[in-house]
Unconditional design. Structure first.
Length: 283
């Protein structure tokens, strides 16, 4: 099994910084690459401030915080990922963007390195085929926020070797997470089951069956969910949610995956959820 000691992370958003923290807390070195130096520096600042809160709450010592930060480096240069044993991309959920990125990574990362995607829905095999190492490409899907969420989906495309999947599983275990294994089908386990539920909650609102607040309250009180569907949609992002539904519908042609018109109208209006401060609720 490939020994993973140094990990590259592509993406400077919430997931990128979360992955950096998870990997560094596992005792591994991690390099985070952003398209801009400002974005890269922001990742380190975000991780640093998050760990400082743990110190303030006496969940870790200042020495532990400094040790974790010492294992994180940031860059705006893709070449700095060359000697990574594993590279995980966590950029925008756009297949063409990811395809182009994997073609670049093929030219940069050492031949024995594993290339992974944090996609929650898109076909991993299409990314694998952009490289000359399809047997060394898989999906390693962490959930947001990565430091807090215990589940990771390990996705096996048709091209992946047993050694690659075993290495991915070993890495997830080293990070203290719980892995589930799934074949490379749109939505994998969680999103394939979750998004018809979210989509149908919007349909219920659009049809006037119940108010948004009552639907959220019903699913929290009746199903013991930690948040209702509208709060979750705002957290995920309405634009991301529409992209996921489109990918699911494209693969399965199931009406439950056809994004409800209200969702598309909200995205068109720039109401994207928490990240835009305006979604089903105003933040």
């Amino acid at each position: 099994m490939t020994s993973i000691k140094k990990v590259g992370v592509l993406g400077s958003g919430i997931m990128g910084s979360g992955l950096a923290e998870v990997v560094a807390r596992a005792g591994l070195d991690v390099v985070v690459r952003s398209r801009t130096r400002a974005g890269a520096d922001a990742v380190l600042a975000k991780v640093s401030s998050g760990l400082a809160r743990h110190v303030a709450k006496e969940r870790m010592t200042e020495e532990e915080r400094q040790a974790i930060l010492s294992r994180i480096s940031v860059t705006d240069h893709l070449g700095q990922l060359a000697d990574c044993d594993l590279v995980i991309e966590s950029v925008v959920e756009d297949l063409e963007v990811k395809r182009a990125l994997f073609a670049e990574l093929e030219q940069v990362v050492k031949p024995e390195g594993i290339l992974a995607t944090n996609t929650s829905t898109l076909p991993v095999v299409e990314l694998a085929m952009m490289t000359q190492r399809p047997s060394q490409v898989c999906g390693i899907h962490f959930f947001n926020p990565a430091p807090a969420m215990s589940l990771v989906e390990i996705i096996r495309p048709l091209t992946a070797s047993n050694e690659t999947i075993a290495a991915a599983a070993g890495f997830v275990d080293a990070c203290g997470k719980d892995a589930v294994h799934v074949e490379d089908r749109a939505g994998f386990i969680v999103n394939a089951l979750l998004f018809p539920y979210l989509n149908n909650a919007v349909r219920m609102l659009e049809n006037g069956t119940a108010s948004m607040d009552d639907i959220d309250a019903a699913m929290m009180g009746g199903c013991n969910f930690p948040m209702g569907p509208f709060a979750l949609l705002d957290l995920v992002g309405l634009d991301t949610s529409v992209s996921i539904l489109d990918a699911l519908y494209g693969e399965f042609s199931d009406a439950n995956y056809a994004a409800v018109p209200l969702l598309r109208r909200m995205v068109a209006a720039g109401h994207l959820g928490r990240k835009s401060k305006q979604g089903f609720r105003t933040y």
